[in-house]
Design a protein around this ligand. Structure first.
Ligand SMILES: [Mn+2]
Length: 347
């Protein structure tokens, strides 16, 4: 009698990265494939990002070109917390994403070897220490040329990621968000909040403000300084009102023009989406993107030299229906397709 289970266990083992590193790119592509839903059902097994193999980041150099990473930290949230639970919820929701982008035809796992590199070891009660740990986690990846796709965590986590990726030269930025996050507000003497990462990154010289664009800003502000400071640095801001007036193709074209040919980071705050589509987030603002509009906008960003990206501020405990994590997983897949196309172009 044929033991079908044994056969399927063997296939699963074949997908698990062996201790011996793969030598050729074709070997690496074959090794780093997501678990097939035809072999092990999508609701079974351990939930890694996109059902990809899990790889120790210390073994990632010369093996994978894109690393999916969780940063389960929300200690810099000034409003409603919960984004520390984002990576785990997005991993779970992402088990439903399949191999091929129906709109663009991109098959990311055919184009680039990708793995889940696990979570950054954060300290939930120490923001400054967590920033150091994040930067230390990403520096060797940057040096190895591995492109990180991060799931947060609150938006504070993007700052130390940018410090690692932009250490060699300042980066351009495409920042899709309801808020500018260029605030300088102090909470009892601390400026380490999820409302300040891009101000700190410009000050640190890891972002080139003239190559930064912020898309979808809306709602209310504590003070005009958040916007005025960004504009004074030369950052471009496209408010949600301008996005609606001009249309997504023009917005995407302007984003590509502002970022230009140079290395660029893409940061997607889930609160860019309307709370109807992403209620599980710390600082929801009405009047945002639909999930469909967000996908169209991202598809307009093909061809950029993306050196990293993130999806942040998914706070699943604020959304019992789970639609925010589902949106986060779908946005992450769309961004992964952009990163994989770029990796294949450089291979
Ligand atoms: Mn943000």
């Amino acid at each position: 009698m044929v033991d079908r289970c044994a056969d399927e266990r063997a296939k699963t083992r074949a997908r698990t990265p062996a201790k011996t590193p793969a030598k050729t790119r074709a070997e690496r592509l074959a090794r780093f494939q997501p678990a097939s839903g035809m072999v092990t059902p999508r609701f079974s097994g351990l939930a890694s990002f996109m059902r990809l193999p899990v790889l120790d980041p210390a073994e990632a150099a010369d093996q994978v070109e894109i690393g999916l990473i969780g940063i389960p930290f929300d200690g810099a949230t000034t409003g409603r917390p919960g984004a520390r639970l984002g990576p785990r919820a997005v991993r779970e929701a992402s088990t439903g994403t399949r191999a091929l982008n129906h709109a663009t035809g991109v098959a990311p796992y055919v184009l680039a070897p990708c793995a889940d590199l696990g979570d950054v070891p954060v300290n939930p009660v120490d923001t400054a220490e967590t920033a150091r740990r994040i930067e230390a986690f990403y520096r060797p990846l940057a040096e190895a040329g591995i492109v990180p796709l991060t799931v947060g965590g609150d938006h504070f986590i993007t700052g130390p990621v940018l410090r690692a990726l932009g250490a060699a030269r300042p980066l351009g930025l495409i920042h899709i968000d309801a808020h500018s996050d260029t605030d300088d507000a102090q909470y009892g003497g601390s400026r380490l909040t999820h409302g300040t990462p891009f101000r700190r990154a410009v000050e640190a010289g890891v972002l080139d403000p003239r190559r930064c664009i912020q898309i979808g800003l809306r709602g209310s502000m504590d003070a005009a300084d958040e916007r005025d400071w960004a504009l004074a640095q030369g950052m471009r801001i496209l408010t949600m009102e301008e996005v609606c007036a001009r249309g997504l193709p023009e917005v995407a074209a302007e984003a590509r023009a502002v970022a230009g040919e140079g290395p660029t980071y893409l940061s997607f705050d889930i609160d860019a989406l309307d709370p109807a589509f992403a209620p599980g987030t710390g600082t929801p603002e009405i009047g945002g993107f639909t999930t469909r509009e967000a996908l169209h906008l991202l598809r307009g960003l093909r061809g950029l030299d993306l050196v990293g990206a993130d999806v942040v501020e998914v706070a699943p405990s604020l959304d019992p229906a789970g639609i925010t994590a589902l949106a986060g997983a779908g946005i992450a897949f769309e961004i992964l397709c952009l990163l994989a196309e770029r990796a294949a172009a450089r291979a």
